[in-house]
Write a protein that binds this ligand. Structure first.
Ligand code: NYM
Ligand code: MG
Length: 211
């Protein structure tokens, strides 16, 4: 039986550099939660399935050029277009395990030199996560992991800057997990963090991101 059938679902966000292991861990966490009887869905940003998402995808593949602020706002718009659906899923008791969110938006754009407060502004009013897990992997280690896929931003010097911005965004509520540990160890830590979070947010209202 589902232990969250009467309450709302949890908004669980995984953040980290490219090749930090987020996508694999999201998939593992999702099947664990579903196996425990939780209603849970896996989401990711950018969501490349929308028309905004297709513009983002073309930009990342270097098939189009966009001004830095323009692409920043598209990443944000891609979250805004999903906000309503996220809210209704959460309120109806579905937990969302989300691969990247607003913190990626700010860290990657700020790494290009954009003002961090300017980068945060369009994220205000999106749903606030109940749990942010940062998979901490050194940029050098991440680059070793089968290399990058050739998308924009997948360069070690750039990832180093992204890591610095993630670091300055971190607040005490973030759970930092050492992503260089064995996959199963990371997986166990995520299971515990997510399980606790789902229990704790039962009864707590959904809030908006305010920074
Ligand atoms: N990215 C992702 C951003 O620059 N801003 C955002 O708001 C988000 C959600 O897109 N290098 C970057 C981070 C990644 C790239 O993401 C594609 P993924 O998780 O590799 O599909
Ligand atoms: Mg990627």
């Amino acid at each position: 039986g589902s232990s969250n059938s009467s309450g709302r679902g949890a908004l669980v966000v995984l953040e980290g550099l490219d090749r930090s292991g987020k996508s694999s861990q999201c998939a593992r966490l999702l099947s664990f939660l579903q196996g425990k009887g939780h209603r849970a869905e896996g989401w990711r940003f950018p969501d490349r399935g929308t028309s905004v998402g297709q513009m983002i995808s073309a930009y990342l593949a270097n098939e189009s050029q966009l001004d830095d602020r323009t692409i920043h706002l598209l990443f944000s718009a891609n979250r805004w277009e999903k906000r309503g659906l996220m809210e209704s899923k959460l309120l109806s008791g579905t937990t969302l395990v989300v691969d990247r969110y607003s913190y990626s938006g700010v860290a990657f754009s700020a790494a290009k030199g954009l003002d961090i407060e300017w980068c945060k502004a369009p994220e205000v009013g999106l749903l606030a996560p109940d749990l942010v897990i940062y998979l901490d992997v050194q940029p050098e280690k991440a680059a070793e992991r089968g290399g990058y896929g050739g998308e924009r931003y997948e360069r070690i010097e750039f990832q180093q800057k992204v890591a610095e911005h993630y670091h300055s965004l971190r607040d005490p509520t973030w759970k930092v997990v050492d992503g260089s540990l064995p996959m199963e160890t990371v997986e166990d830590q995520l299971r515990e963090l997510a399980t606790d979070c789902i229990q704790e947010c039962n009864g707590k209202p959904l809030t908006n991101l305010a920074w």
